[in-house]
Design a protein around this ligand. Sequence first.
Ligand code: F6R
Length: 242
Amino acid sequence: MKIIECANYDEASAACADIFAEQLKKKPDSILGLATGSTPVGTYRLLAEKCARGEISFKRVKTFNLDEYYGIGPGHDQSYAYFMRDNLFDHVDIEPANTNIPDGLAKDVGAECRRYDELQNATCDGLDIQLLGIGPNGHIGFNEPDDVFTAGTHLVELEASTIDANARFFASRDEVPKSALTVGMRTIMNAKKVVIVASGEGKAAAVRAMLDGPVTPRVPASILQLHPDVVVIADSAALGKL
Ligand code: F6R
């Protein structure tokens, strides 16, 4: 793993945006794996600015998001579909038809999970680059600490700590969906390159467990120790427990 230590969130966002911009310059029809949450907001803003300046284009890009809350639709302002439009897609020249997010309103969850995995497989032999944040409990995507690593896209019950962490985005904790659809470890580990960004001391324990602890589904991000091309972009606070 390559570790890029940054002074703060803004520097980490700039470092991450530069990696994604280089990827798009090198391969304009890249297939990107994208994340939501507070971590990538700065990266997406910088990518939108680079696009507005004509330095990069998303015209030929395809995207697959990691996850979506289960039980809310793309029009809900806390859905990840809404987040992606709000933070990136509406500000760059991407074709909406080339963006993919699991359907949080799917009636047949198993069929939706299969559809999402099959679509990725039909589109590419591994995403070109996967962007990740990390949960304070070490989750990636919504792969929560568990007894096993799950390979494919699946429905997960969110941990109480994840619901607590995400309650800040909702009017009340009760409104946070209790489950989500998430890609599994196969999507993440098959990506040709993984960039994981962590900012703030709330992530420090998870970052240490990811980098220095055993590879275990109790710390889902620890599986990245087995990936051949991972870049960890973290600020000093997030690296503070190493
Ligand atoms: C989001 C996702 C999650 C977040 C993680 C960190 O699509 O898959 O794993 O990356 O919960 O969230 P933030 O960035 O809000 O701290």
